[in-house]
Design a protein around this ligand. Structure first.
Ligand code: CO
Length: 295
């Protein structure tokens, strides 16, 4: 696997779905037993840029178990609160990494920026069986604390993992992910190492470019908005189109390689564990004692 460029394996056109209390999203993939993108379970893109869409209803209080969710906001904000005592606003450029572990209840309510826009992403990452019932945990990082590198028309914000000596502030995630926002000026190229065997996907939300560029210059030309799934290899190259920039999220992670049973906001390993989550919700034992939701 030395010096093997990762080629594009699939390109997914995100589908419009309605979630929460009536929020229109672009979903690239959702949790399924096939678990094709292990350790990644779901990727949603929320964008509300039309004032005619009216108020954004958001995601009122709901449970999660067995996963980590990662929210990255570029425009507008998301007000949130949860059962482990956190409350606040995720603003432009901020990130929130939530480890549901054995159980968390939280609320996520997007709001428009002054010019009426909302742009953000949510990624779900699986937890291994040994951590599915762990203590819930939460990491919030302000925009100013996310390292940004700029060189030769390549701009990279490193949220998790490492790029050219910059280390992302989100750490201790089971899947050992790399999570970066990348902006390429027209014609600019990024080449970065990716651990062989790890899943690698890119979400192109603006512009166009050549993805999975090989040594001979071949690659797959992709235009926004698309989810790109890469095959295996030890590095990955993307080149913006000659007349267009490209802006995308790049995510890689170690596959967990366990059977999964997804059910709504829960992703467990067996049907019995899903049944247990539903019983716990019904019996009021889903969230550990002593936890409180800030008002
Ligand atoms: Co949630």
């Amino acid at each position: 696997m030395t010096d093997t460029p990762r080629k594009v394996e699939h390109i997914i056109e995100p589908q419009l779905v309605i979630e929460g209390a009536g929020v229109l999203l672009r979903r690239s993939f959702g949790p399924s037993r096939a678990n094709l993108f292990d350790p990644f379970l779901l990727f949603d893109h929320f964008a509300f840029n039309d004032p005619n869409e009216g108020p954004i209803r958001g995601f009122p209080m709901h449970p999660h178990r067995g996963i980590e969710t990662f929210t990255y906001i570029l425009e507008g904000n998301v007000r949130h609160r949860d059962s482990i005592g956190n409350a606040g606003v995720i603003g432009p450029g901020d990130v929130q990494w939530m480890t549901s572990g054995g159980g968390i209840m939280h609320e996520e309510m997007p709001a428009r920026s002054p010019d009426g826009r909302v742009l953000g992403f949510q990624l779900w990452v699986n937890l291994p069986a040994a951590l599915k019932m762990s203590q819930p945990r939460y990491q919030e990082v302000n925009s100013a604390d996310i390292p940004q590198t700029e060189s030769d028309g390549v701009s990279v914000r490193v949220v998790a993992g490492e790029y050219k000596g910059s280390r992302g502030p989100v750490t201790e995630i089971a899947a050992g992910p790399l999570y970066m926002e990348i902006a390429l000026q027209p014609g600019a190229e990024i080449r970065l190492p990716v651990t062989p065997g790890h899943a690698a996907v890119a979400y192109l939300f603006e512009g166009e470019g050549l993805f999975g560029v090989e040594d001979n210059g071949d690659g797959e030309f992709v235009q926004a908005v698309r989810m790109i799934i890469f095959g295996d290899g030890d590095h990955l190259r993307v080149q913006a189109g000659p007349g267009s920039p490209a802006r995308f999220m790049l995510m890689t992670g170690a596959p967990i390689r366990e059977p999964i049973v997804p059910y709504g906001p829960f992703v467990m390993n067996t049907v019995e564990e899903i049944q247990q989550a539903l019983d716990d919700l019904r019996n009021g034992t889903f969230v550990r004692e002593g936890a409180a939701i800030p008002s």
